[in-house]
Design a binder for this molecule. Structure first.
Ligand code: BGC
Length: 756
């Protein structure tokens, strides 16, 4: 046990301090035996433990100890269930205890800027509110077991192309409202023991040495108490990184960077205080890991598998269900088609890849459900190829023709999406695409089950009566799919991302993945549904969409007030009723729309959500508390969050497009949107507000009519001149006044305006 940290620090040599700031090897920190400081282990990854086996190659990518593989983040997000995420986190934390791992490297809270990002399956959402709240729950779950989480990859890491060097160029408002907000709540609410900095640059600086991101935002503004660890190999300039808030470098550099730190302290390039502060944070983490160690921990692998199955049922989204094709009768004669039913794709490729403790085969699980029914299996296509195989297709058609319903398993093979590379299109392999069309031609009752980590184009969607998005559902995915197909469980997942119709429709289409070493986020804040709503672009399935086997009715909204001050909390409640015949869960989504704004704002933004569980005929009241932040936007000039007075709509729905109830509230703010008047302020800006318009008119009243340029322009009955007058800067009123107004008088007006 290490107790007195300041004392330990005082006893450490400069070399020991520098050494502690980088790993011993790939996964462990250095021990300092003479002071009793042990190593701790940090290892992947978000949806399962990937601990390298004792004698495997250093990365342990394909040789890790068996661990429960839960659904990937894309699926977990579709559950919209924070309690569920906590329980997954707690299970992960316990498995870490059993393996003596101190920190689990996850969750990833990067925003899904483009559906092409190869690592989207490891991230939660296109929406920062949802992403940040789910990340917080995940962290709370892991840390409830005395294991540290590592919230990653901070920040603006939204593509795999050139991921170690790309410079993500993003404006301040977008940075704060979208890309940082996705981390902010998770940091503040869950205090992850570690935050992992990203590989990339952000506005010209490497995230691993970004003073603004690491010191100013994360540590100072958000109050992060833990430490920052580098993504594996993200360090550029070690000494700069240390000075700017990166405490721990992983993996170890074999002492190369430790020497740089020692030299920098000796030559005055790095303040000893900065090194000491970093070492203290590393000691604190070590102490926490030791204090929370449970040497006798055991986990019940079958129980975790059962949890993974329950979780997976909540992570799948019923996208379409015409004529109630689902659920299926257990007595039905079924054709199960597609290699993905037997060679399941249940997790993504890369550092998060887990060796599962067991693996459900989807075909077997479907067979196990039958009571009097029958299932015929046909492989349909070769998963390793894009070419159609005539023999496989013929077999599949025969199976489909002689069945009552065909269930077709399609999706993306590993080679289509993974950590390490981005996709270049949203298509599924051609042979799968052709198979859908062929089967649909012979079997009208067609259910499509999808395995993919991010959206795909579905020009074939009209051919399928039902589509179940199973995402990458973890090791119990097969059982969960069977539970949902036969109605033993009711689908309750909703999309945490928009499914576009075409790649060309996506917000970052023109600027992804950038050119050479730079990617400009020119679409700004308008990503995901914020974009599709702004440009009124049709989409395939909206953000928040997901069907159920039952029906929910939304009662009208009750607001605690219709007029609030920005610092008041607004309570919103409504009743949700299950009016169908099956037990079900509904994800109720609350969006806020700012109707009066001096800077542009998205049409509406998610600000609260809840998942309600209801028996048939049951109803419950759902309550939401909206605080100041629900109404605020980030003002780039003030570098702060502000609320602008005016009317806001509170919009509640079953998806971002299936709006069921709406109400409005007037919010009074202490902040004045337009507070900086100067000689170049446009006349129209003053005319837009009654108070400032009155001052302008009073001021002009003293000028003879022939010198009053504004009135002259306005009195000519021309829309064009009226519009032009609005655009004139105030100084033009002086210049056109034929000497009747001078700049001293204009400054006097400005003085009055500043008091409004
Ligand atoms: C990934 C991280 C991961 C780390 C350790 C990096 O390449 O970006 O997400 O935690 O490797 O495996």
């Amino acid at each position: 046990m290490i107790d007195n940290l300041p004392q330990l620090l005082a006893e450490m040599t400069l070399e020991e301090k520098a050494g502690l700031c980088s790993g011993l090897n790939f996964w462990e920190t250095k021990a300092i035996d003479r002071l009793g400081i042990p190593s701790i282990m940090l290892t992947d990854g978000p949806h399962g433990l990937r601990k390298q086996r004792a004698n495997s190659a250093e990365l342990g990518l394909f040789d890790s100890v068996p661990a429960t593989c839960f659904p990937s983040a894309v699926g977990l997000a579709a559950s919209w269930n924070t309690e569920l995420l906590q329980s997954v986190g707690a299970a992960l934390g316990l498995e870490c205890q059993v393996e003596s791992v101190g920190v689990l490297l996850g969750p990833g809270a990067n925003i899904k800027r483009s559906p092409l990002c190869g690592r989207n399956f490891e991230y939660f959402s296109e929406d920062p509110y949802l992403s940040s709240h789910l990340a917080a729950a995940h962290i709370q779950g892991v840390q409830s077991q005395g294991i540290g989480a590592s919230l990653k990859h901070f920040a603006v890491n939204n593509q795999e192309q050139r991921r170690l060097t790309i410079d993500a160029v993003v404006d301040q408002r977008t940075l704060h409202e979208i890309y940082l907000a996705s981390f902010e709540y998770a940091v503040k609410a869950a205090q992850p023991w570690t935050v992992m900095c990203a590989y990339n640059k952000v506005n010209g600086e490497y995230a691993s040495e970004h003073a603004y991101l690491l010191n100013d935002v994360l540590k100072t503004a958000w109050g992060h108490e833990g430490l920052v660890v580098s993504d594996w190999g993200a360090v550029n300039e070690r000494v700069t990184g240390l000075a700017h808030g990166l405490e721990l470098e992983m993996p170890g550099s074999g002492g190369v960077t430790d020497k740089l730190i020692v030299a920098a302290v000796n030559n005055g390039g790095l303040a000893l205080g900065a090194l000491d502060a970093a070492v203290l944070r590393i000691l604190k983490l070590t102490q926490k890991v030791l204090q929370n160690r449970q040497p006798d921990a055991v986990f019940d692998a079958p129980a975790h598998h059962a949890l993974a199955r329950k979780v997976a049922t909540e992570c799948m989204v019923l996208l379409k269900n015409e004529s109630q094709l689902l659920p299926l009768a257990k007595s039905a004669k079924l054709a199960v088609i597609g290699e993905l039913a037997t060679s399941m794709r249940y997790q993504g490729g890369g550092s998060s890849r887990v060796v599962p403790t067991q693996l459900d085969e989807t075909l077997t699980e479907i067979g196990a459900k039958l009571q009097g029914g029958k299932v015929d299996y046909a492989r349909g296509y070769d998963l390793a190829s894009d070419q159609a195989d005539a023999a496989l297709v013929a077999q599949a058609l025969a199976a489909a023709q002689s069945a009552e319903v065909a269930i077709l398993f399609i999706g993306l093979p590993d080679r289509y999406e993974s950590e390490g590379y981005d996709r270049t299109h949203l298509r599924i392999p051609d042979n799968q695409r052709q198979l859908i069309d062929a089967i649909a031609a012979v079997q009208p009752k067609l259910v499509v089950v999808l395995n993919n980590g991010s959206p795909i184009e579905m020009p074939w969607a009209a051919h399928a009566g039902a589509i179940l998005e199973a995402y990458l559902g973890g090791q119990a995915q097969g059982g969960a799919i069977a539970d949902l197909l036969f109605g033993d469980r009711n689908p309750s997942g909703k999309l945490a991302e928009t499914f576009p119709l075409r790649l060309e429709d996506t917000p970052a289409f023109l600027n992804f993945p950038g050119e050479q070493d730079t990617v400009e986020y020119r679409e700004g804040m308008c990503i995901g549904y914020r974009y599709y709503e702004a440009v009124k672009r049709p989409i395939l399935f909206p953000f928040g969409h997901g069907l159920s086997y039952t029906k929910f009715e939304y009662g009208s909204l009750n607001l605690s007030a219709t007029n609030i001050h920005e610092n008041d909390s607004l309570n919103v409640n409504l009743t949700i009723a299950n009016t169908g015949t099956q037990h079900g869960q509904e994800v109720v989504q609350l969006y806020v729309a700012d109707l009066v704004h001096s800077l542009s704002r998205p049409q509406k933004e998610l600000k609260a959500f809840a998942k309600v569980s209801l028996a048939p005929g049951e109803s419950k009241t759902v309550s939401f508390a909206l605080d100041r932040r629900a109404f605020a936007f980030y003002h780039p000039t003030l570098a702060d969050w502000v609320v602008e007075s005016g009317k806001f709509d509170i919009v509640v729905g079953a998806s971002s497009q299936d709006i069921r109830q709406q109400a409005s509230v007037e919010v009074q703010s202490d902040w004045q949107a337009i507070s900086h008047y100067h000689r170049n302020t446009a006349v129209g800006t003053l005319l837009a507000r009654p108070e400032t318009a009155a001052l302008l008119h009073n001021w002009l009243a003293e000028v003879p009519p022939e010198a009053n340029f504004l009135t002259i322009m306005q009195s000519m009955g021309s829309d064009m001149l009226e519009a032009m007058a609005q655009e004139f800067p105030l100084r033009a009123l002086v210049l056109f006044s034929r000497g009747h107004i001078d700049f001293a008088r204009l400054d006097a007006l400005l003085e009055q305006l500043r008091k409004v």
